[in-house]
Design a protein around this ligand. Structure first.
Ligand SMILES: [Zn+2]
Ligand SMILES: [Zn+2]
Ligand SMILES: [Zn+2]
Length: 338
């Protein structure tokens, strides 16, 4: 029996929070024992997850947004969003074990990006992945309307070394009562600058071009100039905006395309089997923000300097990474257009 502890504890220097969640230990791991694994995300296995909080169903070309009930699961879906069965955050957390800890209130949900057992978003149709993003943003909007929630982070873990336990394409949404320190630091810079630092950075990268991986109508992707790990790439909306919650369908399709192209470039092109991406979107409390996606392949293992000194030795220059990624991203986008 695992002792159930689920609370948020703050570092004594105020540098980070720890979300202690012992229930996470017992979750199934597809990569460890694949022969006994039944995928809870595949169509037909809806009973294996908690009731969905949002289900996209398409009938006769029109979209219906539904929810599961406790007794019945919606079938024939395109995208499902379900509470994590082994949540790190919950709207009914147990009492903290000490008055100095905060209950781990929040949402921890999974966006199941396809009903089929497909592992990579670059193997989904652009249509399908656009709908997965649309459902995710719709659900994020609902979480944001909870007065106790301040910040939402959506992340993707691809591959076991990036923290994934299930292959089937999915993202995770974490909604927290407080802004994580990384995001808080970004907010502070946005709020204290007279001109948006990300707009300024992007204008420079678009002008110079050496680290540019993709430039479209609404989005650009750059190999970040000061990476923490080789091939770190940022996807940035060209128009200054706080969050992606009200993207047009044209913008959604382009975002889906560039994310899929980056996934293809990293996994198929460069051969990095593991990567993470995360969406940094404005916390409710932030006065200024410019949302973006940071993509980090597991291209090396962090040593003590990286973990203890917040200084990162990176073996690939962003200029070199950009020229490689640009080639595969171009190849992917050309093949999509055909
Ligand atoms: Zn599956
Ligand atoms: Zn901006
Ligand atoms: Zn960021």
């Amino acid at each position: 029996m695992v002792e159930l502890v689920n609370e948020i504890r703050l570092d004594i220097f105020g540098d980070h929070v720890s979300i202690i969640s012992t229930v996470r230990r017992v979750r199934p791991k597809e990569f460890r024992k694949p022969q006994h694994f039944v995928c809870p995300f595949c169509a037909g296995n809806e009973e294996m997850t908690p009731p969905a909080t949002l289900v996209l169903v398409e009938r006769d070309g029109s979209e219906e947004w539904l929810r599961d009930s406790d007794s019945e699961r919606v079938k024939g879906w395109t995208v499902r969003v379900v509470p994590n069965k082994f949540p790190a955050l919950t709207t009914s957390p147990p009492k903290p074990t000490s008055p100095s800890y905060t209950e781990a209130y929040g949402y921890h949900e999974v966006v199941i990006e396809t009903p089929s057992h497909i592992g990579d978003v670059h193997e989904l149709s652009n249509e399908q992945f656009s709908k997965a993003l649309k459902a995710a943003f719709r659900r994020i909007g609902e979480m944001m309307s909870d007065p106790r929630i301040d910040t939402v982070i959506m992340i993707k873990n691809r591959g076991p070394q990036a923290g994934a336990s299930i292959l089937h394409a999915h993202s995770q949404i974490f909604a927290l009562p407080v802004a994580p320190k990384r995001i808080e630091r970004e907010v502070r810079v946005f709020e204290s600058s007279s001109e948006c630092p990300l707009c300024r950075y992007l204008a420079r990268e678009l002008g110079e071009g050496r680290r540019l991986v993709y430039r479209g109508k609404h989005f650009a992707a750059v190999a970040y100039e000061a990476p923490r790990i080789g091939f770190e790439t940022w996807i940035v909306p060209i128009k200054h905006s706080r969050d992606p919650l009200s993207l047009s369908s044209e913008e959604l399709r382009e975002l889906a395309l560039v994310l899929r192209a980056i996934s293809y470039a990293i996994v198929r092109g460069r051969g990095f089997e593991n990567f993470n991406w995360w969406f940094h979107i404005a916390p409710k409390s932030a006065r200024e923000f410019h949302w973006h996606v940071e993509v980090a392949p597991v291209s090396s293992t962090w040593g003590g300097l990286e973990k203890g000194g917040d200084s990162f030795i990176v073996e690939y220059s962003p200029e070199e990474a950009a020229s490689e990624l640009r080639k595969w991203v171009g190849e992917f986008i050309d093949s999509e257009a055909r």
